[in-house]
Write a protein that binds this ligand. Structure first.
Ligand code: SAH
Length: 355
């Protein structure tokens, strides 16, 4: 019989799973606390569960279905990038960023990405598959346990590898466990789903009951430029995307941010700032500018501070709120758009002489 990945169960399914073994309800609460509050992944170490129950659990199930293959740490800012491997050998990267008073984890939702945004490294790898909810939660639990005491709250961003809205059922299921007081107990303000398109799915996310915020990767001030930079994500017009983002904001006490990658010669002209200003004026969106991080394959340049300042100054008078994202972990290829790098590529070429 196939083993059960406990983190791939919803909180209700976890309860049923425990009740089916003949244990009382409170054992489920104890188990949930071990998995999500104490972040324990070894069933054997769950010391207040009866020995027989632990043995039964361990014979049929696992808390985690992933193992860290390598961890790299930035010498600049302490950001750590984790390469995780799942049972079938698929690998993703996840990133842990420390700020003064908070930790943020950047999660992957797919192995590779089916989109083809020209400025993003992830798009240059092969798309393999969607992650399960449990594989998404494995990333969060592992990185959270590395971040500090389990009681500390953490911010979660779906900005790693993949397009979260093309794996919506797993992403929604994972967020519901993150929201649950018996799960990770994180509110909408602590979880951000970043997407490049798909207005219908933005609405579906809004109606799903998953409490989270939205980030829309706009990245261009008009449809024509957007098509050049994000061909597959530009099937829908910017106007449709913004309407869906407004629906998301209107569907609860939720926030939406527009992300905009600053690429000199492509998205940073004064006219681009002007057009972006027209799009966001009077809208309920913050704008988060992301200075382009170079990949190994593409011809773009990182913007200078002077170029960034000039763009911000043009936008500020009309935009409700503008921030500039200072990318973390650039020296270990952990910054926005840099995931899926050499360490993953190597996996595809079996070493010469390997058995
Ligand atoms: N597929 C999702 C989530 C992953 S990308 C999405 O597109 O939103 C997370 C953010 O990083 C997106 O806003 C994306 O536009 C941005 N990004 C991608 N490549 C980048 C690069 N090379 N430099 C800076 N930001 C980049």
């Amino acid at each position: 019989m196939e083993r059960t990945h406990l983190r791939n169960l919803s909180i209700d399914e976890l309860r049923d799973f425990v009740l089916q073994t003949g244990e009382p309800e409170y054992r489920f609460r104890q188990l949930a606390a071990w998995i999500y509050a104490r972040l324990e992944s070894r069933i054997d170490d769950m010391s207040d569960l009866p020995h027989a129950f632990r043995e039964r659990l361990a014979s049929s199930s696992d808390v985690t279905a992933s193992a860290p293959v390598s961890i790299q740490q930035s010498a600049i800012d302490g950001t750590r990038k984790f390469l995780l491997e799942f049972a079938d050998g698929a690998r993703v990267e996840s990133v842990l960023m420390r700020y003064d008073r908070r930790n943020t984890v950047c999660l992957s939702s797919q192995v590779g990405c089916p989109l083809d945004c020209v400025f993003c490294e992830t798009a240059k790898g092969r798309f393999q598959r969607n992650l399960t909810a449990g594989e998404i939660l494995d990333q969060l639990c592992l990185l959270k346990s590395e971040a500090g005491p389990p009681s500390q709250k953490i911010n979660v961003v779906f900005m790693g590898m993949g397009e979260p809205l093309l794996n919506l059922p797993s992403v929604v299921a994972a967020i519901k466990v993150m929201n649950d007081p018996l799960g990770l107990d994180l509110g909408a303000g602590r979880i951000t789903v970043s997407t490049s398109s798909f207005p219908d799915r933005i609405r579906e996310l809004a109606d799903s009951g998953a409490e989270c915020s939205l980030a829309l990767s706009l990245n261009a001030p008009n449809d024509e430029k957007r098509r050049e930079l994000m061909p597959k994500a530009s099937h829908f017009a910017i106007a449709d995307l913004l309407a869906a983002a407004r629906y998301f904001v209107g569907s609860g006490r939720r926030h939406a941010t527009l992300e905009y990658v600053l690429i000199p010669g492509h998205t940073m002209a004064d006219a681009d700032a002007g057009q972006l200003g027209v799009l966001v004026r009077g809208q309920p969106f913050k704008v988060n500018l992301i200075p382009y991080n170079p990949g190994r394959h593409d011809p773009f340049q990182r913007p200078t501070e002077a170029e960034i300042d000039r763009f911000v100054r043009r936008l500020l008078p009309v935009a409700p709120a503008v921030t500039v994202r200072r990318s973390r972990g650039v020296d270990i290829d952990a910054a926005c758009g840099q995931l899926w790098n050499a360490s993953l590529m190597e996996k595809k070429k079996p070493a010469k002489g390997a058995a």
